[in-house]
Design a protein around this ligand. Structure first.
Ligand code: BGC
Length: 252
């Protein structure tokens, strides 16, 4: 019988949708078509756990570890912040809750950290050494700092204070949409943001992810900084793939 590549299951939990798929860990890609279920309201950890059970039932053949991304600080499986999700997540031991609910080994990771791991292992920053900073521009700004392939978790660079304000309130993609900014006006804000990161960390490379990265040609050339800055390669797969990768390595 042909040897199949190792798989684990990735789940990307976001404010509007919960996406899951078995992931081929050699290819860094979905091993079967992804399923998306609408995020319940209110999106408390218990209600979300029930959705995970439903999702996993649809893939009875994928029996490996399960990784989950959450848009908040996660330390040893416990969520410590919830800027854009239900506050009930704060203090919840999500590794334990989801492991109990699903009967599977579950490891939870910050969403941007998951995406960052995926981009460094399989995507835009594959093979790059030194400090790579992966940012996701969405409702908030997520960040992953990866040094020589090793993640420094929970960097939360979206909440840096830039010009007296929480950076993500000015420079996230949600700010562009809310204020109907032109690409050029948004790029000017991104320039200020990435220049701040440059000054603080002197990275080798910035990778820009989040749904809007598919329109990178519209705004990235207008971001005027000295460091190389490139779009993410995995686009909306990065969360699911990164979660699965994280779980396959036993979590943090
Ligand atoms: C949260 C981060 C998250 C980012 C992207 C921020 O508001 O604090 O934990 O990674 O949004 O979802």
């Amino acid at each position: 019988m042909a040897q199949t590549a190792p798989q684990s299951f990735g789940i990307d939990f976001g404010g509007t949708g919960i996406k899951g798929a078995p992931v081929d860990l050699e290819a860094g890609d979905f091993a079967a078509e992804r399923v998306r279920i609408r995020t319940p309201a209110p999106s408390t950890p218990e209600r979300v756990a029930a959705v995970f059970v439903e999702l996993l039932h649809q893939f009875p053949d994928c029996t490996g570890a399960v990784g989950v991304t959450v848009p908040g600080v996660v330390r040893h499986g416990v969520v410590r912040s919830a800027a854009n999700i239900d506050k009930a997540w704060i203090g919840t031991d999500t590794d334990r809750l989801f492991t109990r609910a699903t009967g599977r080994e579950v490891h939870v990771v910050n969403d941007a950290d998951g995406a960052g791991l995926a981009e460094v292992r399989y995507g835009a920053a594959k093979g790059r050494s030194g400090l790579v900073i992966v940012t996701t521009l969405g409702t908030g700004i997520g960040s992953a700092m990866v040094y020589d392939g090793v993640l420094v978790p929970n960097s939360e660079l979206g909440h840096l204070e830039v010009e007296g304000q929480d950076a993500e309130s000015r420079a996230a993609n949600s700010a562009r949409e809310r204020e109907e900014l032109s690409w050029a006006d948004w790029a000017a804000r991104l320039t200020t943001y990435y220049r701040t990161l440059e000054r603080l960390f002197s990275p080798e490379l910035f990778v820009v992810g989040g749904g809007v990265s598919k329109s990178a040609a519209e705004f990235l050339p207008l971001v005027d900084i000295d460091t190389e800055i490139i779009p993410a390669a995995l686009l909306n797969k990065a969360g699911v793939v990164g979660a699965a990768l994280y779980a396959s390595e036993g979590g943090g």
